[in-house]
Design a protein around this ligand. Structure first.
Ligand SMILES: [Zn+2]
Ligand SMILES: [Zn+2]
Length: 364
């Protein structure tokens, strides 16, 4: 059986769709038929080359794509349950953790799989060698032996569940890590896919007030539909935005979340905080971007700053429960702009132009 993969041979080049033989799963592996894949900000950073340095082990050609869901096509020997013990069989739809930790390093031995160096390195594999189907910009995807995956219930639409294994699990994990408390005021910088989901999750975690800041008008109105109490347009003088956040929150937000994907947002965002506030950085993943800071202010104001990447695998089960609870209250499917796999380069361009909060690719 053959399938298609979209290969990125060089930074800045268009993706090239080529046919490859779909491999038989080895022991412990699972071959998935990809049903939906989304274009995550980090895919874009890879395609444009900005994230190159962050992935020291990156080598071309690659197949980008990691936020997706797939249907089990074939189970390798020894696989009959998902990572939480549900029995599985061919035809089941699953959400795989897109990385795999080593299980025996310092971080893994302390239960912090997201910090394992292997986890970050495992995202990308060479697309020139078998099993070829190593990213989700392809018809199929080979889940490695030991890579965790979770069976999805069939009462949640697959367009929505496609965002579970990156965007949604990322924000749930990040917000748990920074510690949103019942009654907190939360300001979110950026209303792309992560910002919108973070808005809904922060409200679900008991935030009293969620304020969303973005430059694009229709993203701000969508943020309201995702639960934002107030929105602020990113234009004009930054001092006015700071004053607005302080006014709405009565002196500053308890938590500010950077999901703008830009280091320059940090400098402004820290100023939204009240004394003793907490700042979570999850979007500005491009290496070498800098911002000016006066750390004496962080000390004086007892500010905490925390960067979070990846998540603990079981977060996927929390994401499933969240969607099940909220699917009729929040218009999740509205955040996606949809494209066919054949038009993947057009899809990438629209992700670059930020036309939709999240770009989704469908396979037939
Ligand atoms: Zn991602
Ligand atoms: Zn490890």
């Amino acid at each position: 059986m053959k399938g298609k993969i979209a290969i990125l041979k060089e930074i800045g080049k268009p993706l090239e769709i080529v046919e490859r033989e779909v491999p038989e799963p080895q022991d412990g592996e699972v071959v998935l038929k990809v049903l939906r894949t989304n274009i995550c900000g980090s895919d874009i950073h890879m395609i444009t080359g900005e994230a190159f340095r962050a992935f020291g082990g990156l080598f071309f050609p690659i197949v980008p794509g990691h936020e997706f869901i797939g249907r089990i096509e074939k189970l390798g020997k020894g696989v009959n349950r998902d990572s939480i013990g549900n029995p599985i069989s061919e035809g089941d739809i699953v959400s795989p953790v897109y990385f795999k930790s080593c299980g025996h390093c310092y971080a893994c031995s302390r239960g912090r799989e997201n910090v394992c160096l292997e986890s970050l390195m495992s995202v990308l594999r060479n697309a020139e060698k078998p099993p070829y189907f190593v990213g989700s910009f392809s018809d199929f995807y080979v889940v490695r032996a030991g890579q965790k995956f979770y069976k999805l219930p069939n009462d949640i639409p697959i367009d929505i569940t496609s965002a579970i294994n990156c965007a949604l699990s990322q924000v749930i994990f990040g917000l748990k890590e920074i510690g949103i408390e019942y009654g907190d005021s939360v300001a979110i910088q950026g209303a792309g896919g992560l910002g919108l989901l973070a808005t809904a999750v922060a409200k679900d975690m008991g935030a009293e007030k969620v304020i969303v800041i973005d430059a694009i008008e229709n993203r701000l109105s969508m943020a309201k539909e995702f639960g934002a109490d107030e929105v602020i347009k990113l234009d004009g003088d930054f001092r006015e935005r700071i004053a607005k956040v302080k006014d709405i929150t009565g002196g500053g937000a308890d938590v500010v979340i950077e999901l703008a994907g830009n280091a320059s947002a940090v400098r402004e965002g820290v100023k939204y905080l009240k004394r003793g506030g907490k700042y979570l950085i999850m979007g500005a993943i491009n290496p070498k971007q800098k911002f000016e800071a006066d750390p004496s202010v962080w000390i004086g104001e007892n500010i905490s700053l925390k960067g979070v990447s990846l998540y603990l695998p079981h977060t996927i089960t929390l994401a499933i429960n969240f969607l099940r609870r909220k699917k009729n209250q929040i218009p999740f499917s509205k955040m996606f702009g949809k494209f066919e796999f054949e038009n993947i380069n057009e899809a990438v361009r629209s992700a670059l132009d930020k036309i939709y909060p999240r770009v989704q690719i469908k396979f037939d």
